[in-house]
Write a protein that binds this ligand. Structure first.
Ligand SMILES: Nc1ncnc2c1ncn2[C@@H]1O[C@H](COP(=O)(O)OP(=O)(O)OP(=O)(O)O)[C@@H](O)[C@H]1O
Ligand SMILES: [Mg+2]
Length: 444
C-alpha cells in the first residue's frame, strides 16, 4: 500500500465541516492525501508546515475570506495549485479569485466528477508551470518578486530581509520608477504576521490638505458638512497590516505635525470624535526626494524625518545597476510577449548596447514601457535598436572616470556628447546647455 508520501497532498479549507468531509471522502477514494482546515488562519498554519500540492478553498468564510488566503499563497508559496469554491452565480467572486491567482473554480453544489476533473486539471497545469518557471528563473535572479543580480540590488534584498519580520518604520528612497512600491509590498507580504492583513498605499500629494485628517483617520457622521456617514480612514483600513505613505516629502508642514503626533502616540482620533483609538500598523514611507536636504531648507520636519528614518532602504537608479538592465529587459520582453500572445523576442547586439548605454532617467518603469511598446509596434520577434526612440541615442549613461581631473573630465564629456549626437552640434549644445562658442572652444 502506498504511503501518503507518494500521494498528492490536497488541503481543503471550508468553515462548513460537512463540505470538507464530503470532498475528503471523494478525493481519498481517488488516491489523494487530504488535510482539512476550517478557517484561513488554520490553513496558513498547515501551509507553513506542510508541502501542499493543491489548495481547495471556500470563498466566503467568517473572519478572513478565501480571497485573502489565495493572496497569501500566491505571495508566499507560488507553486501550489488553487481551486476556489463559490456559491452559484457569484460572478464577482470568481473574477476576483482568478485575478488573485486561483487556477480553477467550482460552483457549489458540484458533482464528484466535476470536483475530480478540476483537481486533476489544476494539479497537472501546476506541474507544467513549475517546469516553465524553472527554465525562466534557474538562477538567483529574483527575490521577493524583484529582479536583479547587481551588487546594489543584493544589498537591497538584504535590507528587505532585515525589515520583514519586525515593525520598525521603513523609509524607502530612490528616483522615480526604481521600484519603491515594489519593495514596500515585498516587505509587507514577507511579514509572517501582518501579510494576511491589508497593504494600504496612500499617495500623500493626492490628498487635499482640508481632507487630510478625515481621509487618514476617518470621520463620524455629521462631523462636517458632507459627512453623511461614518467613514473609515486609511489608518483603520490598514489595521494590523501596513500603511504605505508614498511621496511623503509632498506633505505640507502642518500635516507633517499631525502625522508625527500619530506616529508618536500610536493612536488616532476620528474627525468629529474626542475619543482616541489605539492603532496597530506598520508604516512604510517612500520618497524620491532627499529628505535631509528638505530638512535643511526647512521644508520637512526634522523630528518626523528621524521618526521615519529607522530603516532606510535606498534603491539605486537603474544606470548604476548595469548588470540588471539586460536581465530586466529580457524579463519584460517575456512578460509582454506572453500577454500579447507573441513568441519570445530576441535582442540584437545593437539593441543590447543601446540599452546598456542609455541613462534611464525613468528607471525600471521607463525600461518596462519601452519594451512593452517595442513588442506592440514590432511584428517580428527581434528587438533592434532601431525600434527604440531617438532620445536613447542622446541621453547616454555616463560612468565617471575617477582618475581624470575635473578639467579633463569635462573635455571628455563634451567629446562623448558630440560623438553620441553623431556630430550634431546643435543637439550637443542643447544637451550641454552651453553656447556654440564655448562648445567649439572645448572641442579644440
Ligand atoms: N527590480 C524590479 N524587478 C521587476 N520589476 C520592477 C523592478 N523594479 C521596478 N519594477 C517595475 O517597475 C515599475 C515601477 O516600479 P514602482 O512603482 O515600484 O516604482 P516607484 O519607485 O514606486 O516609482 P515612482 O517613484 O514613480 O512612484 C513597476 O511596474 C514595477 O513592477
Ligand atoms: Mg511609487
Amino acid at each position: 500500500m502506498p504511503s501518503h508520501y507518494d500521494k498528492e497532498v490536497v488541503l481543503v479549507v471550508d468553515d462548513n465541516v460537512i463540505t470538507c468531509e464530503v470532498i475528503q471522502r471523494n478525493l481519498e477514494l481517488s488516491g489523494y492525501h487530504i488535510l482539512t482546515a476550517h478557517s484561513v488562519n488554520d490553513a496558513i498554519q498547515i501551509l507553513s508546515r506542510q508541502n501542499i500540492d493543491l489548495l481547495i478553498t471556500d470563498y466566503k468564510m467568517p473572519k478572513h475570506s478565501g480571497l485573502e488566503l489565495i493572496k497569501y499563497v500566491r505571495d508566499h508559496l507560488k507553486d501550489i495549485a488553487i481551486i476556489m469554491l463559490t456559491g452559484y452565480g457569484s460572478v464577482n467572486s470568481v473574477v476576483s479569485a482568478m485575478k488573485e491567482g486561483a487556477d480553477e473554480y467550482i460552483t457549489k453544489p458540484f458533482t464528484d466528477k466535476e470536483l475530480l476533473n478540476a483537481v486533476k486539471k489544476s494539479i497537472r497545469e501546476q506541474k507544467e508551470k513549475k517546469i516553465d518557471t524553472h527554465i525562466l528563473y534557474n538562477d538567483d535572479w529574483t527575490r521577493f518578486g524583484i529582479m536583479g543580480q547587481s551588487q546594489n540590488m543584493l544589498e537591497v534584498y538584504s535590507k528587505i530581509e532585515k525589515a520583514c519580520n519586525n515593525d520598525a518604520i521603513v523609509l524607502i528612497t530612490g528616483e522615480n520608477g526604481t521600484g519603491k512600491e515594489l519593495v514596500a509590498r515585498a516587505i509587507h507580504y514577507n511579514n509572517k504576521i501582518r501579510s494576511i492583513y491589508s497593504f494600504i498605499p496612500v499617495n500623500c500629494p493626492g490628498i487635499p490638505a482640508s481632507l487630510f485628517e478625515s481621509e487618514l483617520f476617518g470621520h463620524v457622521k455629521g462631523a462636517f458638512t458632507g459627512a453623511f456617514e461614518h467613514r473609515k480612514g486609511f489608518f483603520q483600513a490598514a489595521e494590523k497590516g501596513c500603511l504605505f505613505l508614498d511621496e511623503i516629502s509632498e506633505l505640507p508642514l502642518e500635516l507633517q505635525a499631525k502625522l508625527l503626533r500619530v506616529l508618536q502616540e500610536k493612536e488616532i482620533c476620528r474627525v468629529g470624535e474626542t475619543q482616541t483609538k489605539k492603532i496597530n500598523i506598520r508604516i512604510i514611507a517612500a520618497t524620491n526626494k532627499n529628505l535631509e536636504d528638505l530638512v535643511e531648507k526647512g521644508l520637512f520636519r526634522q523630528d518626523l524625518f528621524f521618526r521615519l528614518n529607522v530603516i532606510n532602504i535606498e534603491i539605486p537608479p537603474l544606470r548604476d545597476r548595469e548588470d540588471d538592465i539586460i536581465l530586466l529587459a529580457k524579463h519584460f520582453a517575456l512578460k509582454y510577449a506572453k500577454e500579447l500572445g507573441k513568441s519570445e523576442s530576441v535582442f540584437t547586439d545593437k539593441a543590447i548596447i543601446a540599452l546598456k548605454r542609455y541613462s534611464w532617467p525613468g528607471n525600471v518603469r521607463e525600461l518596462e514601457n519601452l519594451i512593452h511598446r517595442s513588442l506592440i509596434m514590432n511584428d517580428k520577434d527581434i528587438i533592434d535598436s532601431g525600434d527604440f526612440p531617438d532620445i536613447m541615442k542622446f541621453k547616454v549613461n555616463y560612468n565617471p572616470h575617477f582618475h581624470l581631473s575635473l578639467e579633463d573630465m569635462s573635455k571628455k564629456y563634451v567629446r562623448d556628447v558630440v560623438q553620441q549626437t553623431g556630430g550634431n552640434k546643435a543637439k550637443a549644445i542643447e544637451i550641454l546647455k552651453i553656447d556654440r562658442k564655448t562648445l567649439l572652444k572645448k572641442l579644440k
